[in-house]
Design a protein around this ligand. Sequence first.
Ligand SMILES: Cc1ncc(COP(=O)(O)O)c(C=O)c1O
Length: 402
Amino acid sequence: MRQFAKSLALFEEARRLIPGGSQTINKRPNPAVLGQTPIYVERAKGCRVWDVDGNEFIDYVQALGPITLGYGDPTVDAAVREQLDKGMLSGLLYPLEVEVAREVVDAVPCAEMVRFFKSGAEATSAAARIARALTGREKIVHWGYHGWHDNWTVERNDGGVPKALASCLLSFRYNDLDSLRAAFDAHPNDIAAVIMVATQTTPPATGFLQGVRQLCDARGALLIFDEIVTGFRLARGGAQEFFGVTPDLACFAKGIANGMPLAAVVGKREVMQIMERLIISTTYGGEALSLAAARVCLQLYRNPEVFKHLWTMGERLMAGINAAAQAHGVPARCVGFAPMSLIEFHGDTPAETDHLWNTFLRETAQRGVLFRRGGLAFITLAHAAEDIEQTVAVCDEVFANM
Ligand SMILES: Cc1ncc(COP(=O)(O)O)c(C=O)c1O
């Protein structure tokens, strides 16, 4: 039996010291499996993590998506170490800013200019500011999660967000052009931009993304793709390359530096140039360790084998899990896109679905595999065929017992 006693003790202390117990909401242990799955990591390498209790796991959480090459990729680590000797931050600019911007422009279809940040929310908020400044309009229509900043969380507003912002954010439904058209019709000449994730797990219906692009053009609004999950994952150039629809602006973070904290807003020159006169500035945007990591990541992403591998391994994982679920009559499906798929459980009631999840997470963790409840399963270059086989065998055994 794997034990998680050290993790539990640490988390008990964390709850006294850190509101919520963690910095990232989605990394908090679910109360239903508290003490039955790992919480704290000792080290991570390749596709594996070792927790503080000494247990080893094949990991599909992958830091919630930033890890494309695998944890502790030797090339990335060497680049960070080399840069560390030269310094991480200075009052002068590092040439790395230019070098990484050059690589991003080469990789991403809409990118002619690039600005760097530290988090995805910063990048999406910058994109919103750019769109509002350029169009002189205030409303943004969105689909998806774009980070914790006020201009996005105003929709749910669980406290602390000025209600005055609510009129600035509208939403539309995925694969429903009419819902977007209705937003434009209700607010003609007021919508600065549409920001959306190009896909989560449902593929865009034929013509949907193209239709969004056309509507934006017809109504004088910018199209922003939030590529924070899809970027450097579905393809080197992100969802916009994969689906062949080019936005005016795009936001990247997770995949850009294999776990180092770097984000970017990128876009067409005539759009991005307005940043010259806006106060969009951060002390750490040009931090050199992350840029050094990004430079080698982007060079490695030039090799199409990287993305081919994510797709091939992801397809094997999805097929294996789906076959095992079917064979044992478990109401589970692995859906979505192979480099970032999603396991779904479909119980007859929400309580039953929860129970299926709890059992699955507890039993796969006992057998050395980590997934996240309701979260995408991320494949990296470090997931080898044997890791996928081992994972599928574990799922098969767990489903058989379920
Ligand atoms: C699609 C999307 N956009 C934006 C964000 C916010 O990024 P960050 O947490 O780095 O601020 C996330 C985070 O998960 C995300 O998934």
